[in-house]
Design a binder for this molecule. Structure first.
Ligand SMILES: Cc1cc2nc3c(=O)[nH]c(=O)nc-3n(C[C@H](O)[C@H](O)[C@H](O)COP(=O)(O)OP(=O)(O)OC[C@H]3O[C@@H](n4cnc5c(N)ncnc54)[C@H](O)[C@@H]3O)c2cc1C
Length: 461
């Protein structure tokens, strides 16, 4: 019997029909939402608790069978693509919300809970969880990719919002990291090490999260600009004057065109546009809106429209969260490569205007959308269905990343590395730092069974 057959036979006795080799289930687990080619896993195991994860990892480790965790499968860089003859470990049935501590503003959840499910559960508690990446992402997957989203400018990313974890190591040992306290000076920060480790160091099964009080008042505003540069400068100034903005998002005119068509947004011109949200006590929100209106006027914004109507707000953010799908619908038969460059905010205007020039010179269509308060923006480079389409799109992707790196930035602000961004790791971190990452990987996972081939470049591993 091969190593894989040994593992599957061993696990079949315990998991029964929670191991699937069906074509449809394997196909669903063969890829994320990115452009990379998928690969079928040999089997998919659906786990329901930490102990089961430990059982699966022990068996895989003993026989040297590779395994990749699968949460919501919404990642964009080929993160969940299974290794050759690998098993996909599906955590989406681990959906228990284990505790909510309103007095301390924290909660403990299983890894398969989605951010939507957590917020639905918290609805009447006056609390919410702010990190909001796309689709039905799970909190385990969000930890593993160190995700963020539209509200990170005010509430931080998964890094700031994760207090502690339960993690199963490659050999099946179960460890708890961090805890419920807001600060601790006790030893290496293992929580931060696992957050962003993309399933390469351990499998996260439970997460202790920070929660936040729902703001007493929320207002939204939209403003359009003739020039992209003016829109970006508005964001930069907002950060530099320290306005405690709740959300601040940019779309260029191409992205607006795609969103107007896809989300049937009425009353907007096809122009660079900024969306804002303000959180706080009513008087503070009013003051923030007034300051923002003045900043926008200084940067030639037109038609600053604000509202405190929840329906307007929901419509606006629904359109924003659909931006990726709007891009794909904009040119059917095109795949989309999402870029995710990030720079210190003072370099953002140079990055975005330079990237816009790169896009124009490439002759490709690549709408721009950005979490600009964090210095982070995306393009979805639409890959034309022509023989050289992918090569041209990847060349543009490289240009944008290299521009960000030369401005002191990073190749990914939130999507992570997976397969797609591995080639930039050495330029960004340097060889010595990569060697330390390799040493960590080897000490956590000496048999290299956990999501092998991801994150670290092949010449490092
Ligand atoms: C339309 C759209 C919009 C998006 N917008 C954003 C955005 O604004 N911000 C952002 O950050 N991302 C965004 N993303 C990317 C994606 O939603 C995030 O990366 C998300 O965090 C992935 O969560 P997931 O549960 O789908 O993880 P998966 O895709 O299932 O897995 C991602 C990685 O984490 C590992 N993993 C999953 N669960 C675990 C676990 N329990 N333990 C250890 N490793 C695990 C996997 O092996 C894989 O390497 C977007 C994606 C789409 C499709």
């Amino acid at each position: 019997m091969s190593a894989l057959e040994c593992v599957l036979t061993e696990l079949a006795e315990i998991f029964g029909d929670r191991i699937s080799c069906s074509e449809a289930v394997r196909d669903h687990h063969s890829h994320g939402e990115g452009w990379q080619e998928g690969r079928l896993p040999a089997a998919v195991v659906f786990v329901e608790n930490t102990q089961e994860v430990s059982t699966v990892l022990k068996a895989c480790n003993q026989h040297g069978v590779p395994i990749v965790a699968f949460g919501g499968g919404t990642s964009l860089e080929g993160h969940v693509t299974p290794p050759e003859n690998g098993i996909s470990l599906d955590l989406s049935r681990m959906t228990q919300i284990l505790e909510v501590n309103g007095d301390d503003l924290d909660c403990r959840v299983e890894a398969g809970v989605t951010r939507h499910a957590l917020n639905a559960y918290l609805r009447d508690s006056g609390l919410f969880f702010p990190v909001d990446p796309g689709g039905e992402s799970t909190l385990g997957g969000m930890c593993a990719t160190r995700a963020s989203g539209t509200a990170a400018v005010r509430y931080g990313t998964m890094r700031e919002n994760t207090l502690g974890l339960t993690v199963v190591l490659a050999d099946g040992r179960i460890v708890r990291t961090g805890g419920r306290v807001r600060k601790s000076a006790t030893g290496y920060d293992l929580t931060r090490l696992f957050v962003g480790s993309e399933g390469t160091l351990g499998i996260i099964t439970e997460i202790q999260l920070r929660l936040h009080g729902l703001p007493e008042a929320i207002a939204t505003a939209v403003c359009q600009f003739e020039k992209l540069e003016d829109a970006v400068n508005t964001a930069v100034t907002t950060m530099q004057i320290g306005l405690p903005i709740g959300r601040m998002e940019l779309m260029d005119e191409v992205q607006m065109d795609a969103c107007i068509k896809y989300s049937k947004m009425a009353g907007y011109d096809v122009l660079p546009t900024m969306f804002f949200e303000f959180h706080g006590a009513p008087a503070a929100v009013k003051e923030q809106v007034e300051t923002m209106e003045a900043v926008v006027a200084d940067h030639n914004g037109k038609g600053f429209l604000w509202s405190n109507n929840p329906e307007d707000r929901n419509e606006l953010w629904k359109a924003r969260h659909s931006a990726f799908w709007a891009c794909l619908a904009y040119r059917p038969n095109h795949r989309g490569i999402a870029t995710d460059a990030v720079v210190p905010v003072s370099a953002l205007t140079e990055l975005i205007t330079g990237s816009k020039k790169d896009i124009e010179e490439s002759g490709l269509l690549a709408p721009i959308v950005g979490h600009v308060g964090d210095g982070n923006f995306h393009t979805v480079i639409l890959v034309p269905p022509e023989p050289d389409g992918l090569a041209r799109a990847l060349e543009l992707d490289r240009k944008i990343v290299n521009r960000a790196l030369s401005l002191g930035g990073a190749c990914s602000g939130e999507h992570g590395i997976g397969l797609g961004k591995k080639e930039f790791m050495e330029r960004e971190h340097g060889r010595d730092a990569l060697d330390i990452m390799r040493m960590l990987k080897i000490s956590f996972d000496p048999n290299n069974i956990l999501n092998p081939g991801k994150m670290l470049p092949d010449n490092v591993m």
